[in-house]
Ligand binder design. Structure first.
Ligand SMILES: CC(C)(COP(=O)(O)OP(=O)(O)OC[C@H]1O[C@@H](n2cnc3c(N)ncnc32)[C@H](O)[C@@H]1O)[C@@H](O)C(=O)NCCC(=O)NCCS
Ligand SMILES: Nc1ncnc2c1ncn2[C@@H]1O[C@H](COP(=O)(O)OP(=O)(O)OP(=O)(O)O)[C@@H](O)[C@H]1O
Length: 249
């Protein structure tokens, strides 16, 4: 099974692409934003940890009517306090990762050829290490802001900019990803580019069955993929550091 990591900045078009991959190709899409919502429902361990840490810092952290987290208040706070965002990530990401791995295994035992991980922070949270291939959606910052303001009218332009500025830059994502899809124009153009990329990525049915029926093959191919990804990460990080050092000089 090929695991495709789908990533991109906020409002770049990941959910739009995921929906097409699900509706047109019948692929399983594992949505990290959705999982991140589920693991902070009242009573869950991550919810308790968040309340313990943030309730003294954010007075309206909890919605009175049902005890759920006030996500707008939490978002407004963490996206202007970088170190607090790191705390929130450390409380949520391990749980999100565990659930993603559980769902990937479930797709594998159901003989699925391809499965998609829709993860906004794919590279930041090292989830790309689990992927056979990575697909990044990019669009121009101003278009991204306009789409975001239209989709989330409750956010100010400053709220939107704070989110974008707390994410990896498009340049870095483009360098790390295997495939880059531009989403600056119409949906038809995006779908056309996506269809071409997905057709090239499809593994054969024979390979999919072989992997499930012969677990050592899966193990070897997963280990190969994981090591290749680690190597690519370390090469990327050292060349990135060198480039930054040059800029400073
Ligand atoms: C801060 C929270 C409460 C805000 O909730 P809200 O409902 O307003 O936004 P939602 O969860 O729908 O996220 C919308 C988008 O914001 C961006 N975003 C979310 N979390 C982060 C983060 N930790 N760092 C950078 N960008 C983020 C992503 O592009 C995401 O698609 C929530 O995003 C959260 O709990 N984030 C931490 C968990 C996380 O990292 N989720 C992303 C998937 S791993
Ligand atoms: N090519 C396009 N033309 C016009 N609108 C678009 C296009 N692509 C996406 N959109 C719109 O932009 C908004 C953001 O897209 P989408 O929700 O798919 O982004 P996302 O990357 O999943 O965002 P998030 O990171 O918040 O999950 C949506 O309202 C979507 O309908």
């Amino acid at each position: 099974m090929l695991v495709i990591g789908l990533t991109g900045g906020i409002a770049s078009g990941k959910s739009t692409v995921s929906k097409r991959l699900h509706d047109e190709y019948g692929l399983t899409v594992i949505d990290a934003d959705q999982i991140a919502r589920e693991i902070v429902e009242p009573g869950k361990p991550a919810y308790n940890h968040i309340v313990e840490y943030f309730s003294t810092r954010i007075p309206d952290l909890i919605n009175r009517e049902n005890g759920s987290l006030n996500r707008t208040a939490l978002g407004r706070y963490v996206f202007v306090h970088k170190e607090e965002l790191q705390v929130l990530n450390s409380l949520t990401h391990p749980e999100v990762r565990k659930e993603i791995i559980r769902r990937v295994l479930s797709s594998w035992i159901h003989f699925e050829k391809l499965c998609v991980l829709d993860v906004p922070l794919l590279f930041e949270s090292r989830m790309d290490e689990l992927c056979g291939s990575t697909l990044c959606i990019v669009c121009d910052r101003e278009i991204q802001l306009q789409r975001l303001l239209k989709r989330n009218p409750e956010w100010t332009r400053q709220d939107c900019e704070n989110r974008i500025d707390n994410q990896m830059s498009n340049d870095e994502r483009k360098e790390r990803a295997d495939v880059v899809l531009d989403n600056d124009t119409t949906l038809d153009v995006l779908y056309d580019r996506l269809d071409k990329s997905i057709r090239r990525m499809q593994p054969s049915t024979a390979w999919t069955y072989l992997e499930v029926l012969c677990p050592p093959i899966t193990f070897l191919s997963a280990a190969f993929c994981f090591l290749r990804n680690l190597l690519r990460r370390s090469q990327f990080e050292s060349s990135y550091k060198r480039a930054n050092l040059k800029k400073v000089e």
